[in-house]
Design a protein around this ligand. Structure first.
Ligand code: CP
Length: 297
């Protein structure tokens, strides 16, 4: 998503919006392989749904149950699957740069389904389509005047990096909020602002994107200097805090989420929550992306 021109982001969003008008045979006779070397529910399932809606065959591989567990490299696995005649590889890795590594190793289309802390570009498209639908901006995807807060473990989040890129490309203002260990001021180089006081922000923004604390990514980085209890008190989207959102403001979360930590269950299930609408935007976005990558490259 970083570096993608605003008109390309808008074209992918328009194709996602219009995905229901596709005939369903756009990928007939084609094969899409999911190579998920890190766990996933939403992304993996929605790429499968998307490929099947376009008439493609789907191969589904994870690290467990494939020869990666015997030491085969990700690049060799990708080349092996490509040699069977697949048309696209959908790749998720624990490591930043995993999809780029695979793209260098093969000739077919490669879609990044999340690479370490780096990027999750289709999630950013999902979030932008959801927000456009909720705020009536689906015709031109012009987010001018929208102010979006991304709250939590921003530094560990590929979703946050892709969303900062897409939301600012579409014209929104983005503010990242969290403790300094999770939302360092260095993030401002990405085009957002940074703040450490969610209570000062909560009544000012049009949408709050809550993030999960990425405990699994803390092993190779400085440990956050905040306890779970302090995190919830200062940065959780509690029922009380959600009550101070401005009229018409939305609460988002890319999932999976931890009820009672970064978001209260009552907020996640409440009227301001877009969480299940985000999930519902997964198949149309991935349908548009697969069609674009395989048929229109
Ligand atoms: N949002 C997201 O990427 O969720 P999954 O890890 O379940 O795919």
């Amino acid at each position: 998503m970083q570096g993608l021109a605003p008109e390309r982001v808008r074209a992918l969003l328009a194709a996602s919006r219009d995905a229901s008008a596709l005939r369903g045979d756009e990928l007939r006779g084609r094969t899409v392989a999911n190579l998920f070397f890190e766990d996933s529910t939403r992304t993996r399932a929605s790429f499968t749904v998307a490929a099947q809606r376009l008439g493609a065959h789907v191969i589904d591989l994870g690290a467990k149950g494939s020869s990666v567990s015997k030491g085969e490299s990700i690049a060799d696995t990708a080349r092996t699957i490509e040699a069977m005649g697949v048309d696209a590889l959908v790749v998720r890795t624990r490591e930043a740069g995993g999809a780029a590594l695979v793209a260098d190793a093969v000739s077919c289309a490669v879609v990044n389904a999340g690479d370490g802390r780096h990027e999750h570009p289709t999630q950013a498209l999902v979030d932008a389509l959801t927000l456009a639908r909720a705020t009536g901006r689906e015709s031109g995807f012009d987010f001018s005047g929208l102010r979006v807060a991304i709250v939590g473990d921003v530094v560990s989040s590929r979703v946050a990096r892709s969303n900062i890129a897409s939301l600012t490309a579409l014209g929104a203002g983005v503010v990242c909020c969290g403790p300094p260990s999770m939302a360092p001021t260095a993030l401002e180089s990405l085009g957002c602002t940074v703040c450490t006081d969610l209570d000062a922000l909560v009544g000012e923004v049009d949408a709050v994107m809550c993030l999960r604390i990425q405990f699994e990514r803390h092993a190779d980085a400085a440990a956050p200097t905040v306890s779970a209890r302090e995190y919830r008190e200062r940065f959780g989207m509690t029922t009380e805090r959600a009550g101070r959102l401005k009229d018409g403001a939305w609460v988002m979360h890319p999932g999976p989420f931890n009820r009672g930590l970064e978001i209260d269950g009552e907020v996640a299930d409440g009227g301001r929550s877009l969480i299940l609408r985000q999930v519902a935007c997964g198949p149309p976005v991935r349908t548009a992306v697969l069609d674009a990558c395989i048929n229109k490259s």
